[in-house]
Design a protein around this ligand. Structure first.
Ligand SMILES: Nc1ncnc2c1ncn2[C@@H]1O[C@H](COP(=O)(O)OP(=O)(O)OP(=O)(O)O)[C@@H](O)[C@H]1O
Ligand SMILES: [Mg+2]
Length: 509
């Protein structure tokens, strides 16, 4: 008896010059199921699904849709056969309305003219169907990332997608947006759409999927039934070895007598009033919900955003960095959250990117010391496991997670006195996370200070020496290590938000 598969990939191989991205991967998607697809950075997940959409042409292997074999997939064929992919970068056009985006490239016409009313009507229906509240006339650039993603999903449904493939859909979303996206995924499953869901967050995979396929180094490893799988088992399948520890041990290294950074009543563009201290050898965690103002605070310290009042002191001396360049020269680094936009030079090599902040330091009379340059790049390639054929590879050709590692490497190489990490491990696989934590430990153990913004509770608790929580641009609490507790942090993170929401339904407690 043959099973009812809507999509089958058989022995897919994809070679690039110098890299075999996929060696031999097989995948079978059942009708109406959610299949989680997991694997380390560079394992080949994105390449595999691009083979389904025709964006990448496999070197060899077969693709079957509803049992029909295709020896060559093209974007056109994929769409005609009901395959839709939500990439991490959306294809929306910001200057057009939600409705116009929904019908991009295939507008509804009445005779010769575009029928705007009909498109808006259809868009309204499509959004209603997904139970999302988007005004069809709103320009897409005014919509949140979550809504922009919803338009992409609605577009797929409009085009009668039977298979929806989502590549790390939760990565750019806020907690609330993630919840909404989950609801839409559930709804689609009920409607019989089959879904492939890629994520590095295992809790999402457990919550949504029916089965989980693991790939490693471009090869198929195993497929597990979700309710029977365990986190440890999945990690072992992904990294190929047992991982008992999530956080590497750190030697005690805080020097309370040395305040490296101090903020005194700093106000930025928001309504924050921030006073805090970071000591030498300390990891100060900054917790809170997305939008709480943590990134803005980091940008003020880094000179990327102006403060309106208050004082910033570095080693007891007041500083006023007006630009990131000034901050870097003062010994402050920021590893940004949106690494695509602020981080990597995609058309440059890994080596070039990693050495970027220190070229001056490793040059004599404007001549770069090529051996130090290479050595540096190799060091970080090894330490944070950047998967690449050589450090001369262009960053553009790396997998998403590996691009992020390059940017981390760049700031680690700068060896700044204070390093601000904004969501250091977003999009990074479990094995490499551990290595990044080790590097953070190395930094503080050798006297550097770290300010770490993280929305991942486990990471915040596991890595911080002290945690400050923000809510709506205000400090709502400070916790010492012995007070760390997920519930307390969540309560502090939503403190002000809750009060506002429940203003008229306040319960006596
Ligand atoms: N255009 C390209 N040229 C050369 N190598 C490439 C190209 N595209 C991808 N690769 C390589 O193929 C491998 C698989 O990359 P892929 O993007 O599929 O990984 P991934 O599993 O999606 O990882 P991540 O979790 O980091 O997103 C990587 O080693 C990557 O460097
Ligand atoms: Mg990927």
């Amino acid at each position: 008896m043959s099973e009812d598969f809507v999509l089958e990939l058989e022995h897919i191989r994809k070679e690039y010059p110098g890299v075999v991205a996929l060696k031999d991967v097989t995948l079978q998607l059942r009708r109406g199921e959610v299949l989680g697809l997991i694997g380390e950075n560079g394992a080949g997940k994105s390449t595999l699904i691009k083979c389904c959409s025709g964006a990448v042409v496999p070197t060899s292997g077969k693709i079957k849709i509803n049992g029909k074999e295709f020896d060559r997939m093209t974007p056109q064929l994929a769409a005609e056969n009901g395959i839709a992919i939500i990439y991490q970068e959306f294809n929306n056009v910001g200057e057009l309305s939600a409705a116009e985006n929904l019908f991009l490239g295939r507008p509804i016409r009445k005779g010769m003219v575009i029928d705007r009313n009909a498109m808006e009507e259809e868009a309204r229906k499509a959004f209603d169907q997904l139970q999302i509240k988007i005004d069809p006339r709103e320009l897409v650039k005014n919509l949140s990332v979550g809504y922009q993603q919803m338009i992409e999903i609605a577009k797929a449904i409009q085009q009668n997608a039977q298979v929806l493939i989502m590549d790390e859909p939760s990565a750019p979303l806020t907690t609330n947006e993630v919840e909404n996206m989950f609801k839409v995924v559930e709804l689609l499953r009920e409607k019989g759409v089959s879904i492939i869901y890629i994520s590095h967050r295992l809790e999402e995979i457990f919550r949504l999927s029916d089965r989980i396929e693991v790939i490693r180094d471009g090869e198929y490893v195993d497929t597990l039934i979700t309710p029977k799988a365990t986190v440890d088992e999945l990690i072992k399948l992904m990294v190929g070895r047992e991982m008992t520890q999530q956080f590497p041990p750190r030697k005690p290294c805080i020097d309370k007598s040395k305040v490296v950074l101090e903020l005194k009543n700093v106000y930025g563009n928001g309504d924050e009033d921030m006073s805090l201290k970071i000591h030498a050898g300390e990891v100060l965690g900054l917790g809170g919900l997305v939008g709480a103002g943590r990134t803005e605070l980091a940008e003020v310290i880094f000179g990327a955003k102006a403060k309106t009042s208050g004082q910033i002191l570095l080693n007891g001396k007041e500083i006023n960095p007006k630009s990131p360049r000034e901050a870097i020269d003062l010994g402050i680094a920021l590893v940004p959250e949106d690494r695509k936009r602020h981080g990597a030079l995609l058309t440059n090599s890994i080596k070039n990117n990693i050495n970027m902040p220190i070229y001056e330091r490793i040059s004599k009379a404007s001549v770069i010391d090529a051996s130090i340059e290479k050595e540096n790049a190799e060091k970080y390639r090894k330490e944070i496991q950047i998967k690449c054929p050589s450090v001369n590879q262009l960053v553009r050709n790396l997998s998403g997670g590996n691009q992020q590692k390059v940017i981390l490497g760049k700031w680690l190489a700068a060896k700044s006195q204070l390093i601000i990490f904004d969501e250091p491990t977003r999009g990074i696989d479990v094995g490499a996370k551990y290595e990044i934590y080790k590097l953070i430990n190395d930094l503080v153990e050798s006297g550097h200070s770290v300010l770490m913004i993280s929305s991942e509770m486990e990471e915040l608790i596991g890595m911080s020496d002290r945690i400050i929580v923000l809510a709506e641009h205000q400090m709502t609490g400070e916790l010492q290590k012995e007070e760390f507790n997920a519930d307390t942090i969540m309560t502090l993170a939503s403190a002000i938000v809750d009060n506002a929401d429940n203003a008229d339904t306040k319960e006596a407690s």
